[in-house]
Design a protein around this ligand. Structure first.
Ligand code: AN7
Length: 407
């Protein structure tokens, strides 16, 4: 496989052995470029393979895919969701449920490739700053690889399930008395100083794994591309990666069309939405981001330039939603479709509904909403929002009262 790194700002290219996470010349974001003329991947070849991320190994830039650090990530379900279609007001909606990955979020797609690259580069330790899911995923993949893992978290702002995972998998977990953006600067500095391999989404190799979500959507819809893919945005790596996936599939002639990429942020953390509205390519960071969707409580998303490019190139859009809209969408997904997601994930559905209402999205569209993380990630939000379970003595009389009351 012929692979290089290219800066998305100054377009300078670098060898794939370059260890820098950003452009050594201009500090722009790097993107992995695979020479697609040399790739042979056909629908027939894919038919023979099991439904996991590594079925796309021809497009995964690692030295030896058979030795990848893998927990069987990817291959998540795509549900037809008629109740959500009605809720949002469009013809057809599908839910791409990334909560079904091994550690319960889409991050696993990135980490299987990212940690495999870390080993290729000879790293003995990996690290990240995280709003939760990145740390949960990286901890598990580092454990599988047998290397050390350092995670920095904004203290007190991590959903309980995610924190539990990082602790369980044996990472060195450090709470920072500051927000995610500050924690990310600190881990970058620590990685440079102590030779720890950084696996936040500024790492272009990690995003190569995440592009597989786009591959899967195309395949699961029978090689028909949806009109639109709606993705919650935090640090903005995922929407950029999914877009890259669709583009590569089109370059290979596996699909003919491309979807409109649509990014949703929470109102209290929406610098990319503001930049999109203003027609700017630079964001103005939000100093004190705040939202119930702690996963996307990010004020200075590092991949904003990639996300804005994806949204604009694809003819998509960006919108923000309130905490109330997010929590309502979480409830509808859970109660009407049986799909339990964490708040950040529900932002995609809430955003779609809002965009239809605003007239930005046509009611005739066929839309895929990506739900990025599992409901169990954040049990506390559920208990704070819903009635506590009933408790009674083991008596059929008492139980009968409840049954008859219709509760
Ligand atoms: C459930 O874990 O940034 O726009 O440090 O956990 O690619 O950042 C999490 C992000 C959406 C946003 N949904 O994805 C982290 C972290 C869920 C998430 C996002 C995250 P990006």
């Amino acid at each position: 496989m012929k692979v290089a790194l290219r800066c998305i700002s100054c377009e300078k290219t670098y060898s794939q052995d370059t260890r820098s996470y950003t452009c050594p010349e201009c500090s722009g974001l790097l993107e992995v470029c695979i020479d697609l003329d040399e790739v042979r991947l056909t629908k027939g070849m894919l038919e023979q393979r099991s439904f996991t991320l590594w079925r796309y190994r021809e497009l995964m830039p690692v030295m030896d895919a058979s030795r990848a650090v893998s927990l069987r990530e990817g291959g998540t379900p795509l549900y037809r969701a008629p109740e959500i279609a009605e809720y949002a007001g469009v013809r057809e909606v599908y839910i791409k449920n990334e909560g079904a990955n091994p550690t319960g979020s889409f991050k696993d797609r990135g980490m299987t490739v990212g940690v495999t690259k870390a080993l290729e580069f000879g790293a003995r330790a990996v690290g990240c700053a995280s709003t939760g899911n990145t740390s949960a995923s990286l901890s598990a993949y580092a454990a599988k690889a047998g290397i050390r893992c350092l995670v920095l978290l904004p203290a007190g702002k991590i959903a309980l399930g995610k924190l539990a995972q990082a602790v369980l998998h044996g990472a060195t977990v450090v709470g920072i008395r500051a927000n995610f953006d500050v924690a990310l600067s600190l881990i970058k500095e620590a990685c440079a100083k102590y030779g720890v391999y950084l696996l936040n989404s500024i790492n272009p190799w990690r995003l190569e794994g995440q592009k597989s979500c786009g591959f899967e959507i195309a395949e699961q819809l029978g090689w028909e591309v949806p009109d639109r893919v709606v993705v919650p945005m935090g640090n903005c790596g995922n929407i950029s990666a999914i877009w890259k996936g669709f583009r590569e599939f089109r370059s290979l002639g596996l699909i003919d069309e491309l979807p409109a990429m649509t990014g949703i942020q929470a109102e209290g953390a929406s610098p990319v939405v503001e930049a999109f509205r203003a027609g700017r390519s630079e964001i103005v960071p939000v100093k004190e981001p705040e939202t119930v969707a702690t996963a996307i409580r990010i004020g200075a998303p590092v991949n904003a330039p990639k996300a804005l490019r994806a949204i604009r190139e694809s003819g998509g859009c960006a919108e923000s939603v309130s905490d109330a809209e997010i929590l309502e969408a979480q409830r509808v997904l859970a109660r009407c479709e049986g799909v339990g997601v964490e708040p950040a994930s529900a932002a995609s559905v809430a955003g779609l509904r809002k965009l239809v209402e605003m007239g930005e999205v046509d009611r005739s569209e066929r839309v895929v909403c990506v739900t990025t993380g599992h409901a169990l990630k954040d049990p506390e939000i559920i208990f704070s929002r819903y009635e506590k379970p009933l408790e009674i003595e083991p008596s059929i009389l008492e139980l009968g009262k409840i049954i008859s009351s219709g509760a």
